[in-house]
Design a protein around this ligand. Structure first.
Ligand SMILES: [Zn+2]
Length: 289
């Protein structure tokens, strides 16, 4: 083989290697409408009622619709399950699992926690439910699309869940945010947002600070900040009441813009425009104000 032929052979093999890499990867097989839903078996009469109510409301189907425009390289299953008393949710092995115990917990919180005027028990539950599904979906999307993340993945997942909630459900966003806030408050041992500026935090142990997630109070402040940053008029109450401290509130517009920009750069290119128009409606993309 002469020099030129050898060079051609190298070039051809390099091209073949490149195509082999690109072949089964993201670009070729990724397509919208890849989310499958299933309501797993319940093990108690209370769970059976929750399951029936969720099916009647089409709770998982709603999340499926929201996720349908994202072009995924393989199927993603969204399921509910009985988890032996564990109130949890997770993404693992191409499946997002939401425990009936977790749904029961958010329903209980929505019942007992002081809700702002005009926030029904039902919309508080809907907010907390959508938030957990979108948080786990964010983990799935990061994994499926190999999205690079600066900062902690749990914070990034919280941010993406908030972005979806704030922009896709704009008219109900304040009520849904109140539902998520109630869950974080309960998790931190509070009953009412009005307690926040008054009470001092006392840590029993340092262990919660080691968690991969931010603490419930930090997650609450992050959510309120993104909400306020997305629409300072609609969410003015949080700043006025001091639930969102003035020092933080000042930079929330910028925080929201940063999250929206990351979404636009990293996730938006994977969204199928036609499906998004059909599902979200014109002019409504996550991150758009
Ligand atoms: Zn997470």
């Amino acid at each position: 083989m002469n020099g030129a032929a050898a060079l051609r052979a190298v070039a051809v093999s390099a091209l073949l290697a490149f195509l082999a890499c690109a072949g089964p990867g993201l670009a070729q097989d990724a397509r919208p409408d890849r989310v499958v839903v299933s309501y797993g078996a319940a093990t108690t009469p209370a769970q059976e009622r929750t399951r029936a109510r969720m099916m009647e409301m089409g709770a998982l189907e709603l999340a499926q619709r929201i996720l349908s425009p994202v072009r995924l390289p393989r199927a993603l299953t969204l399921t509910t399950a009985a988890c032996d008393g564990q109130a949890d949710a997770w993404f693992e092995g191409d499946t997002i699992t939401i425990c009936y115990e977790y749904i029961a917990w958010i329903a209980e919180v929505a019942r007992k926690t002081g809700r702002p005027a005009g926030v029904s028990e039902e919309s508080a539950i809907a907010g907390a439910f959508l938030d957990v599904v979108m948080h786990e979906s964010a983990h799935a999307i990061f994994d499926y699309l190999d999205i690079p993340i600066l900062g902690r993945e749990e914070d990034a997942a919280d941010q993406m869940a908030a972005l979806w909630l704030l922009t896709l459900a704009r008219e109900q966003a304040d009520r849904l945010v109140a539902g998520v806030a109630a869950v974080y408050l309960d998790d931190a041992g509070y009953r009412d947002l009005r307690e926040l500026p008054k009470r001092r935090l006392r840590f029993q142990s340092a262990t919660p600070q080691a968690d991969a997630h931010s603490t419930p109070i930090q997650r609450l402040y992050n959510l309120l900040c993104l909400a306020y940053g997305s629409d300072p008029e609609r969410f003015a109450g949080y700043a006025r009441s001091g639930a969102l401290p003035a020092d933080r509130a000042e930079g929330c517009g910028e925080e929201f813009r940063q999250v929206a920009k990351a979404y636009a750069r990293l996730i938006q290119p994977h969204v199928d425009v036609e499906t998004a128009l059909r599902v979200y409606g014109a002019g409504r993309q996550p991150g758009a104000r």
